[in-house]
Design a binder for this molecule. Structure first.
Ligand code: F6P
Length: 557
């Protein structure tokens, strides 16, 4: 019997449900049904997910839950939380939930409870970050270290940067970060390091090299570049003191980090069962963010993520926010045929959220085979992009309203971290933001008809241009406010959404073989460029004519 989910009756019945029921509906009408709207709202604490603006009728969520059951979703979630090796192609457990589990919990992997080692690293981070923040740990010239430069790429950068930005305007976090600076270097483009180091005083800088493998080419080159900058910029230039006092590392590859010159005492470890893109809650995120904001802020962030983990692992499917979020995404992509999705936080502080979720989602579910290697007869994964509102409205929303159909996710907060009311303005600035947050989903769903345009006296020739077809799906996530705790909840919510979609599609969301080929080819180009720079153009060999010509042009030959 085939295990491909699209062969299941549950999958087939969703396709026929779409054809026989959904295709003749319009969101404009569906939204008039109060009972339907009520059933398409799920809450957890003060968080609400409203998916009534998706092209579904009352029975659609039940059919989606049947699909989830046909995919053994509940069993897969439970295997994940128990530490089973669900990343089968790499023989690994997937335990980012353990990173935020309380000390009293127990998760056994290969006969060993991982929780004590998680908390041992957290304690080490707490002690170290407090020493740096209170000036007990000084640089080589006796100055306190107030600037943190975190070097890392992909999962060793995007999550920490998202959280850094999210908390920059939080009252408590920003007060605790006062007088401190955190910068990131990710791109191997030397411009990234140049910008990050611009105006920075090496004598007061602590550099963190963040790399799970400690082999990523970009990070290794940036690490050496920044190390050279430290050695050149700190008066006295005692290399041992500089690497000991000004450089630390976060990695699973302790030996490699030590070989680079980092003092083993200054290496914060994590484990192979933490995927790079799921590593924000490990030392990858907690070290730089605790140094900047204080350890207590990161504890609150971890508690928020754990709170969402508990909800995810215990709530029934229909009341489970990550599960319903994922099933809505599955419905839109696998049955309605929409291949992309926009993440639209109405919160400037979430400016890097979409960038982080792009990696979490697309590196996880951008796959073409199932766990057993069978080619999937459907396209999995979604193209994810996004920008904070209202900025996006003045950029790409034109396409969302009148061009292609792109399911949208509106994320909003009841309270602003920076409340302002301008005298004479009809509403506060945050209310103004939220007016747009509430208006846009209805504009997408209901549109504007030819009859309405005619009634407004719109000239005949402009009617086709001004018509909004509507029937464009979106969902709304409303949080009370953005702080360290809710930021942790939001992160975990999206991590679990991705896992659920992968579980139902039947693929492995936790490997990333697709990034390897490009890396290997870059190595071949590197060897050729090195030879060509030293010995001339004859070094350019073994490429197709197009690449050969481009390389020659690049070399100016
Ligand atoms: O791009 C591939 C990748 O392996 C990501 O999965 C990972 O987050 C990133 O590179 C960085 O890897 P590392 O932390 O090992 O430097």
């Amino acid at each position: 019997m085939s295990t491909i989910i699209s062969d299941s009756e549950a999958w087939k019945s969703l396709h026929s449900h779409k054809r026989s029921v959904i295709d003749s509906t319009h969101l404009r009408d569906l939204l008039q049904d109060e009972d339907r709207c009520k059933t398409m709202s799920v809450s957890h604490g003060d968080i609400t997910l409203d998916y009534s603006r998706t092209q579904m009728v009352l029975e659609t969520p039940d059919l989606l839950c049947n699909l989830a059951r046909a995919a053994n979703l509940e069993q897969k979630i439970s295997h994940m939380s128990q530490g089973k090796a669900i990343n089968e192609t790499e023989g690994r457990s997937v335990l980012h939930m353990a990173l935020r589990a309380p000390k009293t919990s127990q998760i056994v992997v290969n006969g060993e409870d991982v929780i004590p080692s998680v908390h041992a690293v957290l304690e080490k981070v707490q002690i170290f970050s407090e020493k740096v923040r209170n000036g007990e740990w000084l640089g080589c010239t006796g100055k306190p270290l107030t600037t943190i430069v975190a070097i890392g790429i992909g999962g060793s950068y995007l999550g920490p940067e998202f959280v850094y930005e999210a908390l920059r305007t939080d009252e408590v976090a920003s007060t605790q970060a006062s007088g401190r600076t955190l910068r990131f270097v990710a791109n191997v483009d030397p411009v990234d390091a140049a910008r990050a180091l611009h105006g920075v005083d090496a004598e007061t800088t602590l550099v963190i090299i963040v790399s799970k493998t400690f082999t990523t080419a970009e990070t290794m080159l940036n690490a050496q570049t920044v190390k050279n900058w430290l050695l050149k910029s700190i008066p006295g230039g005692d290399a041992d003191c500089i690497t000991r006092q000004h450089m630390i590392a976060v990695s699973t590859a302790i030996e490699k980090a030590t070989a680079f010159g980092i003092d083993p005492n200054n290496i914060f470890g994590f484990w192979e069962w933490v995927g790079g893109r799921y590593s924000v809650c490990s030392a990858v995120g907690i070290v730089p963010l605790a140094l900047h904001y204080g350890f207590n802020i990161m504890e609150s962030f971890l508690s928020g993520a754990h709170d969402m983990d508990k909800h995810y692992t215990t709530a029934p499917l229909r009341e489970n926010i990550p599960v319903m979020l994922a099933l809505v995404g599955l419905w839109n992509s696998s049955f309605m045929g929409y291949n992309s999705r926009a993440i639209l936080p109405y919160a400037q502080a979430l400016v890097r959220f979409a960038a982080h979720i792009q990696q979490v989602d697309m590196e996880s579910n951008g796959k073409r085979v199932d766990m057993n290697g069978n080619i999937l007869p459907f396209e999995a994964g979604e193209i994810v992009f996004g920008e904070p509102g209202t900025n996006g409205q003045h950029s790409f929303y034109q396409l969302l309203h009148q061009g292609r159909v792109v399911p949208a996710e509106f994320i909003g907060f009841c309270k602003s971290p920076s409340p302002v009311t301008v005298e004479g303005a009809p509403v506060s600035n945050h209310d103004e933001l939220m007016c747009n947050f509430f208006a846009q989903p209805d504009a997408l769903a209901c549109g504007k008809t030819i009859a309405e345009l005619k009634a407004e006296g719109v000239p005949e020739n402009l009617i086709p241009h001004k018509e909004f077809p509507g029937n464009r799906p979106s969902l709304t996530l409303l949080f009370p406010e953005l702080n360290a705790f809710t930021c942790g909840q939001l992160l975990a919510l999206y991590e679990h959404r991705v896992a659920v979609q992968g579980f139902v599609w039947g693929l492995n969301s936790f490997d990333q073989w697709g990034v390897e080929l490009g890396k290997a080819l870059a190595g071949t180009v590197r060897n050729s460029l090195r030879t060509a720079r030293a010995d001339g153009i004859s070094g350019i060999a073994g490429f197709n004519p197009s690449t050969t010509a481009l390389l020659k042009k690049y070399l100016g030959k």
